[in-house]
Design a protein around this ligand. Structure first.
Ligand SMILES: *Cc1c(COP(=O)(O)O)cnc(C)c1O
Length: 420
């Protein structure tokens, strides 16, 4: 059951009317549902738990402390792509031993910090990074626990900007070079080589690319073992795609069957790092209509949220369903409108020619499925205050990130003496 639904004609998140939050804290704001977060995590735990798969929530999708804490309490580890995210995970209560550090450009300072914290695993993406990590770990008198991220050269058939598993993408070690780098790793004093990692992209709705990538990883594992290498861990990367519009997500049972058939026979530990599919449908962005402008050829609904709050439509041509917070009458007419923000960019558009009921200033809209890659990508462009963030649990809601004020934002700047 969705925790975002109309009750008595008003959109609710769990038992809280969205309008009540808007009245108390103003718009725009993100609103997350605890129950949805936990349901989504449990779906992975249930589908994959029998296979002994470790779930590391990928923080980059949504790194609010309250979100991480909710998932950590449910049992999730953390997949981080910077030391900043590592600090967020630790602060939210994820033990260092439950943190995986991925990412194509880890600096030596980041490696040192993560080694000192004692994280579970580094997913290393190049021979150069491996050498640097070996040096940093050796200098600290430690051995870094490592998997090598392999680029399997598989087309994930997702948006070009979030496809990561083709050889022309910057990610991972080319599969043809993998055995050589793995063997080198096994001889490095500062490296404990433990296995392989793969992540071919985000928002996959077709299982075939996973099958192709996992098969290549299985084959590589056999090759490495024949060469006398030990392979004890396999990290399968991000989670499955989600339904923004009319996509059919890959059922987790199908994904689990694939893992059981292709990866489990290798008898390694198995890891997965879902982000989007944990938080995506657990969050909405709520905004108020500022004005409705009847142009010559189009109607523009101008709202108080903008691309600085939710950049996915601008960056990925992403579709977000738009609901009115007040439930429209069953026979309400719909007219196409462009829903736009106030930013001075034509790309600041949430929807083009979207059928919507008649709208007026003051009406509240909800951009659905905005929990992943939403708030974390926000900025202060146009000196706009980023949206507040709210977490609902049952019949209560709490602000989990207040909207900053102008003094805070402007006060980050410094004017040199020579200008005064
Ligand atoms: C982004 C990312 C993830 C999470 O991907 P989702 O599609 O959000 O589940 C997992 N692993 C790595 C290495 C990533 O870069």
């Amino acid at each position: 059951m969705s925790h975002f639904r109309y009750v008595d004609g008003e959109l609710h998140v769990e038992a809280v009317p969205v309008r009540r939050i808007a009245a108390e804290i103003g718009t725009p704001f993100y609103c997350y549902s605890s129950a949805t977060l936990i349901d989504n995590y449990q779906a992975y735990a249930k589908a994959l738990g029998a296979l002994g798969v470790d779930v590391f929530y990928s923080l980059k999708a949504n790194s609010n402390q309250a979100v991480i804490r909710t998932l950590a309490k449910a049992g999730a580890g953390a997949d981080v792509v910077s030391v900043g995210e590592m600090h967020r995970a630790l602060k939210a209560g994820v033990p260092a031993g439950r943190i995986v550090f991925a990412g194509v450009g880890k600096t030596r300072a980041e490696m040192r910090a993560a080694l000192e914290a004692g994280i579970y695993q580094f997913n290393v993406e190049s021979a150069g990074e491996l050498e640097a990590l070996n040096e940093v770990a050796s200098a600290l008198g430690r051995k870094a626990p490592v998997t090598l991220r392999i680029n399997p050269d598989v087309d994930a058939k997702t948006h070009a900007k979030i496809s990561t598993g083709k050889s022309e993408n910057k990610f991972g070690i080319d599969i043809d070079q993998a055995a050589q780098v793995y063997s080198a790793a096994s001889r490095m004093p500062g490296i404990e080589i433990l296995g392989l990692a793969v992540h071919i992209g985000s928002q996959l709705t077709d299982i075939a690319p996973y099958r192709a990538a996992f098969a290549k990883i299985a084959e590589l594992t056999s090759t490495l073992r024949k060469g006398g290498m030990k392979v004890e861990r396999i990290d399968l990367g991000g989670g499955v795609g989600i339904a923004y519009r009319d996509e059919t997500p890959i059922p987790l049972e199908d994904y689990a069957r694939l893992v059981r058939e292709v990866i489990q026979p290798l008898a390694t530990r198995i890891e997965i790092e879902p982000g989007r599919s944990i938080v995506g449908n657990a969050g909405i962005l709520v905004s108020e209509v500022v004005s409705v402008k009847e142009g010559v050829s189009r109607t523009f609904v101008i709202v108080d949220a903008a691309m600085n709050d939710l950049i996915r439509p601008t960056l990925y041509d992403a579709y977000h369903a738009i609901l009115t917070v007040k439930e429209p009458a069953k026979n309400a007419p719909v007219e196409p409108a462009d829903v736009v923000g106030p930013i001075c960019e034509t790309g600041d558009r949430f929807a083009e020619q979207r059928p919507l009921p008649p709208l007026a200033p003051g009406d509240l809209l909800a951009f659905m499925t905005a929990g992943a890659y939403g708030a974390v990508m926000s900025s202060t462009y146009n000196t706009r205050l980023p949206a507040a963030e709210v977490l609902v649990r049952g019949d209560r809601f709490d602000v989990v990130r207040p909207r900053p004020n102008y003094d805070h934002i402007i006060g980050l700047d410094r004017v040199p003496d020579w200008l005064s």
